[in-house]
Design a protein around this ligand. Sequence first.
Ligand code: UDP
Ligand code: MG
Length: 197
Amino acid sequence: MGGEEKMMEKSLVLIKPDGVQRALIGDIIARFEKAGFKVIGMKMVWADKKLAGKHYADDEAWMKSLGTKTKAAYEKKGKPLKETAVEVGRRIRKLLMDFISMSPSVALCIEGHGAIEKIRILVGATAPILAMPGTIRGDLSFDSYELSDASGRPLQNLIHASDSKEAADKEIKIWFKKEELHPYKRIDEPLLYRKVK
Ligand code: UDP
Ligand code: MG
């Protein structure tokens, strides 16, 4: 297998309810398309509690990792959290489930070379106020830990994007049926994947 095939990846991207309500669907999708990635699945979904609970799974390992990252972010700000990592993760999971089912999201399956990592780079840091300019969260939002905490809601950061191959495989299956993913060629693929040998 050539290197280009090994790194051909699919990622699950959600434009969360804040992105849809702020009419940023087109702008966000355009950024992935312009980077060379191919949208192979797309639909608007108003997640119910069941779907929300599958995506933000009642999984201790995931909640612990979410809580650990969050505790580190608060520690860095000089405002350490007293709860354990799992407690923090569980609390945020509940907020996320309410948020994702508040109004419709747009689910995308996006394919391309190194798609999982590159999409995370295009999306930017979790807290928009800290996200670099040029990233989707950095350019299109200012939400912060302070504002979200004071408001009793999760960070509204426009996007979810799979963070690993394992997560992508699992998440794509949650949001899309096999027949909802469509293989086709982009017209610029001969250039993007050009070979001289
Ligand atoms: N989140 C939050 N507060 C936090 C950490 C995370 O509201 O302190 C929310 C935020 O909406 C984020 C989601 O939980 O997008 C999942 O967290 P994760 O660490 O996976 O961030 P991401 O991968 O989206 O950057
Ligand atoms: Mg994540």
